[in-house]
Every structure is written in structure tokens, then in C-alpha cells.
Design a protein around this ligand. Sequence first.
Ligand SMILES: [Zn+2]
Ligand SMILES: [Zn+2]
Length: 222
Amino acid sequence: CSRTSFEHCLGMERIVESAVVPCTYADHGCTNKITYFNKKSHEQACSYEPCFCPDSGCGFSGSVATLWKHFTTQHKWPSTEFKYYTPFDLRVKPGAHFLRAGDGQLFVMNMVSVEPVGHGVSLVCIQPNTSESSFRCNVVFSSFTGHHQISTLESVRCSSLSDGLPKNYFCIVPKSPGGGAAVLLRITIDTSWCSKSRTSRRRRRTMTTMMRMTRATTRMGI
Ligand SMILES: [Zn+2]
Ligand SMILES: [Zn+2]
């Protein structure tokens, strides 16, 4: 650029930067008018960015609130409403189970059969932004007499479900012998506050869990 065209470019740039544009997710209800300059950062955090129905044949997408309605009325998928820090029970059964917290946040717990061991349990927070969430999950259960297992997921991953249901399990539930009633999971989901004492306590608890799991697997002869 020569001096004059440089000033000209700069002027143009300012005009472009201050131009007001609609959000890409305006169709999904976002009424924010944003400057071109802020478009990218707004859309990365925009709560109207859609999430997806994990049914590959469905193609529905929408906000977290519309998804819950879709899952429970359209597909009639199993769902549970819960409160943070308050334990609730879920029976081990292959398939997706949708969870809604008191603040409207959605989660999906997916259980898959892992032969010959038992079931793998995955959990994600349904959110358009794929960052780590501030949620953690604790699962306590017993598959057979004398067995007690605690599995903790320190940071629940976020997913828009564009790639379907989560499959990377954080917990394996051993089969209960004799084909008895399916194992009952006692689940607690809470928000992890990053105070130091809590972190170290949590770390200790995770260690204990890992030791217990090792012991349980050793006993099962895997
Ligand atoms: Zn927006
Ligand atoms: Zn659907």
C-alpha cells in the first residue's frame, strides 16, 4: 500500500469491522446483531448454535431446549430429570438415556454392551461448544455380592451430537452373575469448582477408584 491507499484500506477495514450482521444461527432464534469483527467470537459462544438428534435417519437439529422436547416426545427415548449434587438411579441397559438438569442443561448417558465383560458407560454434555465442561460425574454401583465400584469422570466432554452418541466409555460395569436383575447405577452429576482442596480430594478419590477397579478386574480374572 502507498500512504493514501493504506489509509483507504484502513478506512474500508473500519467500515467492514463496524458493519452489523446477523448471527449465523438467527434461524434458530438468535436475535443478536453483531459487528462483523465480533461475528466469529460470538458464534463460538452463541447459545443458539444447534445440536443434533443422534438418530442418523432423523436429521433434526435445534437448540438444547427444542432437542429435549424432540427426544422425549418424538422418539420417546428414556429420559430423567435430575438436580446437581443429588444422586439418582439408572438401570444398566444398552442404549441412550437422556438427562436434564434443573437449569435445562442436557446430558446423554450411552451404554453399550462390551462382550464378555459387561457394559461400557459414556457421558457427554449436549452443548454446541466442544470445550471441556465444568461438570463431573460420579457413578457408584455393585454388580455382585462383595463388589463395590466408584467411577468418576472429572470433566464431562461437550458434544453437539453431530457425530452421534458418545462411545468412549469412562466406566465398565461388570455383568452380574446368574442373569439377575440388571445393575443399578447411582449417579451424581455436579459442577466442578476448582478449589485446590477439592481437587486434591478428588484426585485421591480417583486413585482409590482406580485401585478398586484394578482389584475388581483382577478378581474377575480379566
Ligand atoms: Zn448468535
Ligand atoms: Zn430425531
